[in-house]
Design a protein around this ligand. Structure first.
Ligand code: KG4
Ligand code: ZN
Length: 362
């Protein structure tokens, strides 16, 4: 039953294919025709969020549970990897049970399990991957390992409007600022990436410089609300490339603070945010013209930034898809969605699945 069930799951949308292979069984036939939707359990533990979600057909969120470790790490001013993995161990089982219960799904209703294998913190990734493998073995469910960056892109399949190829995706997270051309599912060309600090990393460091605490991105976003972008800060355009660089900007802010030239923290936050957003938006729009794409997708934790969302939508001549903020920052619904499309493409992993902390997108 195990292997046939697996074939059914992968070919669920062409259920007749499976039925033709086993034409004599009544129960199998009914299973084929009842198999109209495919629920995937997603598991995410790459950094400091323990998350589990159930997504139907890659597009419909049935549950999306997140146990954040923000408070735990806040007193250290950043993520402590050892603390993160220990907390994942404590939180993972309750969060999966919650996701299954919220989705009103039984284990046997699941079509498969998708789990983040990288990039991320090795100890954190190991918790999610080990639990996913254990569940896959016990429940006899197909398993697929997901790239965290790919999952961030797939958060856009959870929006009301669905992505259309070819498209350009700007992934801006704590570790990445990547501009990616996507011509089809699973097909990625990285056009540009950060040469030093990622956008989220720059936000976090700037917040520390301004004494706004951790996590820095949301703190700058909030502080900027009551400020004006009146302080002149440098922008690294890196002309002729789609690459990004934010470390010069961060250093410029640090110098201003050291020289006592920042009077209003809110103005400094707004000016810093404007400089980052200006570069991200201008370079993304320039790239869309070069590659003639139909849509721009925004994803990753920094995509929750209100100024970035607004400015990109206002500046783009083509449609922009932006997931709701809870689907921009780390979550497992995006992992389940990505996993669904991997299952559709026949991409399955065995119980020898391992973590890849420095996994690349392409
Ligand atoms: O995608 P994510 O949750 O985790 C990684 O994969 O890294 O991104 C986390 C990053 C952090 O650097 C955080 O400061 C930033 O996203 N971030 C924001 C906002 N919310 C989260 N940056 C700017 N504005 C926000 N509202
Ligand atoms: Zn992330």
């Amino acid at each position: 039953m195990g292997s046939f069930k697996s074939r059914l799951l992968i070919h669920h949308n062409i259920g007749q294919y499976a039925c033709q292979k086993e034409p004599n069984s009544h129960s199998l036939l009914s299973l084929c025709y009842n198999f109209t939707s495919m629920k995937v359990l997603g598991i995410e533990t790459s950094c400091d969020e323990t998350a589990a979600a159930v997504v139907e057909d890659g597009v419909k969120v049935l549950s999306n549970e997140i146990a954040s470790q923000v408070e735990l790490h806040a007193r250290f001013g950043g993520i402590v990897p050892e603390v993160a993995s220990r907390q994942h161990i404590l939180a993972i089982i309750p969060i999966i049970e919650k996701a299954i219960a919220k989705a009103e799904t039984a284990w046997h209703d699941l079509a498969g399990i998708a789990v983040t294998v990288g990039p991320g913190l090795a100890g954190s990734l190991l918790v999610g991957v080990s639990v996913a493998k254990a569940i896959a073995a016990v429940q006899e469910l197909p398993l697929t390992g997901v790239n965290h960056l790919e999952a961030h892109i797939y958060a856009n399949w959870l929006c009301d409007e669905k992505p259309a190829f070819p498209l350009l995706c700007l992934i801006v997270s704590g570790g990445h600022s990547d501009l990616v051309l996507m011509r089809d599912h699973g097909n990625y060309v990285v056009l540009g990436r950060t040469r030093d600090d990622a956008a989220g990393e720059a936000f976090d460091k700037a917040a520390r410089i301004l004494g706004l605490g951790y996590p820095g991105g949301p703190a700058i976003d909030r502080a900027a609300e009551s400020g004006t972008a009146s302080i002149e800060l440098p922008r690294a355009w890196l002309k002729g490339t789609s690459d990004f660089s934010f470390s010069g900007l961060k250093t410029a802010l640090l110098r201003l603070v050291e020289r006592g030239q920042v009077c209003h923290i809110a103005d400094a936050a707004a000016s810093f945010q404007e400089a980052v957003v200006d570069v991200l938006v201008s370079k993304t729009i320039a790239s869309t013209k070069e590659h003639r794409v139909r849509q721009i997708l925004l994803s990753g934790g920094v995509a929750a930034n209100r100024r970035l969302r607004k400015h990109l939508v206002a500046s783009s001549p083509i449609p922009v898809l932006v997931p709701e903020p809870i689907l921009c920052t780390d979550n497992a619904a995006m992992v389940a969605s990505c996993g669904y499309f991997r299952f559709q493409a026949g991409k399955r992993d065995g119980l020898d699945l391992d973590v890849v902390p420095s996994l690349k997108l392409a």
